[in-house]
Design a binder for this molecule. Structure first.
Ligand code: FAD
Length: 384
């Protein structure tokens, strides 16, 4: 059965498909698996030209959430690579524990959503001085200052997915970026937000000024690591809201930085982002720019629940997009793709139901299919 393909068999299938210049048409009209998609291994080693759309920045140059996405826009980066680069055995985990967090400093805080977004989301760059190495897909812990009145003890740690590559947005391995949504509490009785019940850590982060000290723990997590040992494997990424964070790290590693990992990547990276409206899209310009530069290797689909309608006339959620492209998603999974889910917990029931529907349409047992994907390590979930 196709699902039982092991990694090397899956790669053989992909290579075979390359050479017959075949099938799997993506929405750009390009063929996923034609020889034309093999990116030229040329590197434009040009200085980074950040757009510097940073508010409240510390005046540190080279930091912005929206840098020009040029092919390999950095000088060769190798100083934080494993040997071989995809060897995950030495991955840093919990270098800084809750009892002895690392003191770091905020470099910049930038609001990255438009005025009509539901809520506020910020891109936050933190200077860890190279003392907290991490890999793409890991999370960092933040301990907000102060005492939790409910427990009469210091506040506990909150986790945030790291939104930069290991090299950080300055490419010096000394910063990390977080994508944080300010948690607010809407009181239905008051008919307004109650500031007394706002989220402690997310508000601390979004209100931070350059130079604000932050106690960091971690890095943590191995569930969301990239499948770098199989660089031909397609990567399918589903995000709701700040669930985009780990994928920003992935996509910058694949398409922005000049590394061995980006040279070797020959798969398709397909990003599905679900938010309420177009003002709430996160890093949208970056994804569009990436799509222009890598139309054969990067695909981007959005679900805007308050602006778009699904085929039944209801709100367009990410699961509707998954169902719309279900056949292709399943084909890619059968070719060894890895699928990632990140964002609000509430996304999973709908997405699972959509995938079950796709399986049924294809006469497959969803239970067996999911079991096989989990067993082969192709299924990655981090929801909160
Ligand atoms: P808290 O103070 O912990 O409050 C939690 C919620 O309760 C808030 O919505 C608050 O408004 C509400 N509340 C407070 N008091 C009351 C009350 N009296 N009555 C009713 N409600 C109340 N978040 C991101 O933004 N970006 C990420 O990339 C991200 N990654 C994550 C990765 C992982 C692996 C996990 C587990 C979580 C992640 N989170 C992320 C979520 C994050 O860890 C926090 O949970 C989130 O920021 C809220 O924390 P807080 O301290 O602001 O809110």
């Amino acid at each position: 059965m196709q699902l039982a393909l092991n990694a090397s068999a899956a790669l053989n299938v992909i290579l075979a498909v390359f050479f017959v210049g075949a099938v799997l048409t993506v929405n750009t009209g390009n063929t996923l698996a034609s020889p034309a998609i093999v990116r030229q291994p040329t590197h434009m080693v040009v200085p980074v030209t950040p757009s510097m759309r940073v508010t409240r920045s510390a005046g540190v140059s080279g930091i912005s959430s929206r840098q020009n996405i040029a092919p390999k826009s950095t000088a060769r980066l190798d100083f934080l690579e494993a040997s071989p680069y995809h060897d995950q055995s030495g991955i840093p985990v919990n270098t800084h524990k809750n009892k002895a967090p690392l003191t770091t400093k905020v470099v910049s805080v930038e609001r990255i959503v438009g005025p009509k977004a539901t809520g506020e989301t910020c891109n936050i760059v933190i200077d860890h001085a190279g003392k907290m190495p991490y890999w793409e897909g890991q999370s960092a812990g933040v301990i907000p200052p102060g005492i939790d009145p409910k427990r009469n003890k210091p506040y506990g740690v909150r986790l945030y997915s790291i939104a930069s590559t290991r090299y950080g947005d300055k490419f010096d391995g000394k910063t990390m970026t977080l994508c944080v949504r300010r948690a607010t509490y809407w009181d239905p009785e008051l008919g307004r937000e109650d500031p007394a019940k706002k989220g402690v850590c997310s508000n601390y982060l979004c209100d931070a000024k350059p130079g604000t000290e932050l106690a960091l723990t971690g890095p943590s997590g191995k569930v969301m690591l990239m499948p770098e040992a199989t660089p031909e494997a397609p990567i399918i990424m589903l995000a709701t809201g700040t669930g985009i964070a780990p994928y920003r790290g992935f996509l910058r590693r694949l398409f922005v930085e000049n590394t061995e990992a980006s040279d070797k990547f020959k798969g398709l990276a397909w990003l599905f982002l679900g938010v309420a409206n177009s003002d709430a899209l996160l890093y949208d310009e970056d994804w569009k720019s990436m799509q222009e530069k890598y139309p054969d290797q990067f695909r981007y689909d959005v679900a805007l629940s308050r602006e778009q309608k699904n085929k039944k006339g209801g709100k367009m959620y990410i699961q509707d997009k998954v169902e719309e492209y279900g056949k292709e998603v399943f084909e890619l999974m059968n070719l060894g793709a890895h699928i990632y889910f990140c964002g609000l917990k509430g996304m999973m029931p709908g997405v699972l139901e959509a995938m079950e529907n796709v399986a049924k349409d294809q006469g497959l047992s969803w239970e067996d299919t999911l079991k096989a994907w989990k067993k082969s390590g192709q299924w990655h979930v981090e929801v909160y």
